[in-house]
Write a protein that binds this ligand. Structure first.
Ligand code: SAM
Ligand code: SF4
Length: 355
């Protein structure tokens, strides 16, 4: 759609590369990004690297394997990307990876993200190994929310699943984020039959006095781990039944909420979220897009090859063209993933795109 230049105003001076006076349009007057099924996309998950230092069994069981020197998006490219997305209605950005905290410039990228007009919430998904040290610095830079992966409350099981022994450090990081008063502290646990699926009681006890949203994520099949999937996949409905029979209640969906079904209980400060990608109609409420660490737009976590947009991220002058290209690209978004039919798309593992 044509954008009226008369509605232009100026960004503040905290923008990437010290660039000033980048034209920026009044957000409410621009048609938000939508696909052919009238879904709107207010949530962007941006991967900053696909490198990781953990070896989660379901993700990078052999550790990160480099495929040559990768050039991940730089701060100025992130700035241009987010400016365009926010014009198109993005209000929440999640920084992910690989492990995003391996990036030495993460704090400045958080700053750039938080300073982008229109972005209301900046979140990160992390394995938590640098959280204790950096949670305060990230918060000062503008981070509102942290999701920490914690697949077990038992250090030995944690090690068996993640290949890492820094359980205590991750736990300290979670406590630090709580004490700093982050808007949201969420903990992700991938549900694994025979490993952590019997630990519901200890998780519930843990969140009785902590305002944590604990999210059980159903194991998703990816290109590299069909065997593990067959052995360890268990439906989230197992947890759902236990919650419902113990007085937990489903909450209404919040603004910009993801696909998690969230349950609360009057005796608990924390909540439980269930992410069940194999459930019927899971994709109906899809409100998210993904950009890989090398600047490819992915319309679905389990979709086709990414759509290269990096060429449009080099200069603020390309914003108009990028906006047009993003609108055009959205017409290719399909109604649903085909995980149920065993089609996992091009994603070899979730470190590639950030989950
Ligand atoms: N390294 C960070 C972390 O682990 O939080 C961010 C990237 S990680 C790919 C994002 C999320 O995806 C984590 O919560 C992880 O547990 C989840 N994940 C990875 N592989 C998965 C799979 N096959 N099925 C379900 N969740 C998965
Ligand atoms: Fe690394 Fe996160 Fe994948 Fe674990 S889930 S291997 S921490 S990217």
């Amino acid at each position: 759609m044509p954008i009226e230049e008369s509605r232009i105003f100026t960004k503040d001076s905290r923008q990437p590369d010290g660039e000033q006076s980048i034209p920026f349009r009044q957000l409410q007057d621009v048609e938000p990004l939508a696909d052919s099924f009238s879904r709107k996309f207010s949530y962007l998950r941006l991967s900053l690297t696909d490198v990781c230092n953990f070896r989660c069994r379901y993700c990078l069981p052999d550790g990160y394997q480099s495929s040559g020197r990768q050039h991940f998006l730089q701060r100025h490219e992130v700035g241009h990307l987010l400016s365009a997305f926010s014009v198109l209605g993005t209000r929440k950005v999640r920084l992910t990876g690989g492990e995003p905290s391996l990036r030495r410039d993460l704090t400045s990228i958080i700053e750039t993200t938080a300073a982008t007009p229109g972005i209301e919430s900046v979140a990160i998904t992390t394995n938590g190994y640098r959280l204790q040290k950096l949670a305060a610095q990230w918060q000062q830079a503008g981070l509102n929310a942290v999701n920490v992966s914690l697949d077990s409350l038992d250090p030995r099981m944690f090690h068996a699943i993640t290949g890492d022994s820094r359980f205590a450090l991750v736990m300290d990081g979670i406590e630090e984020a709580l004490s700093l008063g982050y808007q949201a502290v969420k903990v992700n646990a991938v549900l694994l039959k025979g490993l952590n699926d019997v630990q519901l009681d200890s998780y519930l006890e843990w969140i009785r006095s902590r305002p944590i949203q604990l999210r059980f994520i159903e194991l998703m099949e990816t290109g590299e781990m069909s065997e593990l999937f067959d052995k360890h996949h268990v439906s989230g409905t197992v947890i759902e039944r236990q919650l419902l029979s113990n007085g937990w209640q489903l909450k209404p969906r919040g603004k910009h909420a993801g696909p998690a079904q969230v349950y609360s209980h009057p005796d608990y400060l924390g909540e439980i979220g269930l992410i069940m990608p194999y459930a019927k109609d899971f994709c109906q409420s899809c409100n998210r897009l993904r950009v890989s660490a090398v600047g490819a737009l992915h319309l679905c976590l389990f979709g086709d090859e990414g759509i290269g947009i990096r060429d449009y991220l080099q200069s603020a002058d390309d914003q108009e063209a990028l906006i047009g290209y993003l609108r055009e690209s959205l017409s290719q978004k399909k109604l649903s993933h085909q995980l149920g039919e065993g089609n996992t798309g091009v994603t070899p593992n979730l470190a590639f795109l950030g989950g």
